[in-house]
Design a protein around this ligand. Sequence first.
Ligand code: PEP
Ligand code: CO
Length: 481
Amino acid sequence: MTVSDTYTPVLPAPHGDAGTDAGAPLDAPVAAAWSPGSWRGHPVAQQPDWPDLQALRHAENTLALEPPLVLPDEILDLRSSLAGVAAGKGFLLQAGDCAERFSSCTEDGIRGKLRVILQVAILLTYGTGLPVVKVGRIGGQFAKPRSRPTEVVDGVELPVYRGDIVNGPEFTPHARRPDADRLLRAYHHSSAALNVLRALTMGGYADLGQVHAWNEEFVRRSAAGQRYEKAADDITWALRFMSACGVDTRSEAALHQIQLFTSHEALLPHYEQALTRYDEQRRTWFDTSAHMVWIGDRTRQIDGAHVELLSGIGNPIGIKVGPSTTPGQLRELCERLDPDREQGRLVLISRLGAGKGADLLPPLLRAVRDAGHAPVWACDPMHGNTFVSESGFKTRRLSDISAEVGEFFTVHKEEGLHPGGIHLELTGDDVTECLGGDLDEVLDTHLASRYETACDPRLNAVQSIELAFRVGEFLREQRSS
Ligand code: PEP
Ligand code: CO
């Protein structure tokens, strides 16, 4: 099949119901019909200045012919799991890299991330007694919004690094030039990562019998790692107890496999549109680049392209809710993205910063609840707590992260709402990017030794486990009182 260089827009739904409003009064304002390409008529924030539009068209047309990365059935499974979370019967763990690198889409790289996600998830399940819905920032989290379009070093100004899907991080004109061919490379790296993830989560690696094996040697030496070992002993005993009671634990698939859903920020609408496909059976469009996609704090403008594109797809949609979000803006966003008030549709991810939750969160929670939406509310305690340390590294303190999660739980309790989940930037590696930790403290002077992130500072495996214990404690307190 040949790929033409002019962009061929995907046609709107053959059944023609997207955007029409049969029951509306005749004088009601008519919204322009949604189609996968209707975002092109809206202002689009945070885009690279693509230097070669023909290459961009070529990438879009090529992607539009590629198979989907995820299937509507899986997306709908996630929606029903999230509906359970919204109803207070589960907890969402969304976690992974700030920015994935193409070079870390290796078996080891994927296995390392999966390992720490499994550890954090099992601690949350163990600590709370709730099923944990696991969503990775993985298999496609390649695009980054940035605070400035360019970067100046020693008087030289170049385009800023926007993630591997756009350009390279090296400070050279060649690396920083946005390259549309990277959209195709991102697709293929996502596909390879998903392939390994599916094999690891469906094969023996995610088996609960491996709960000790997930604890890496360097983690085991830490205080948090030893506490994890005790929890893992309890879990192993519980499995033996179940077998002794006559439960055939070998044939219980839930004990041997997990479902890890994928997610990323839907920052590049050209890429997301090309992977948006119509499902005849459900008469719905789905973005098949990931199970869940989210809109970042810098691209949530109500009339913007990102909101337009995501308003027409059937995936669960995340919205980052930063400190400048007003209750009115949030209500409008929810109306636009969840007009039918469906459970499992919206995940509102507050990222306010430690110390701000008590003031800012209650009016936001109430605005959404009073408008009749039942989203999952999740706490991202990372992005509101970033600062530059004395040694010059962009970092976050584990104590601030933990404090913001605590405030999130307290406010939910006061409002009578379920604190539905957490959203973390973490890695299974032994990096030094975030400060703190109880006994194994990372200090400012340590940051330089293993600061490896392509964008924001991530919790290392030990810090992640420590935080998982705290979240488990917060949630257990909330449920028992
Ligand atoms: C992110 O999640 O990496 C991010 C950039 O978040 P936010 O949009 O909340 O700043
Ligand atoms: Co980030």
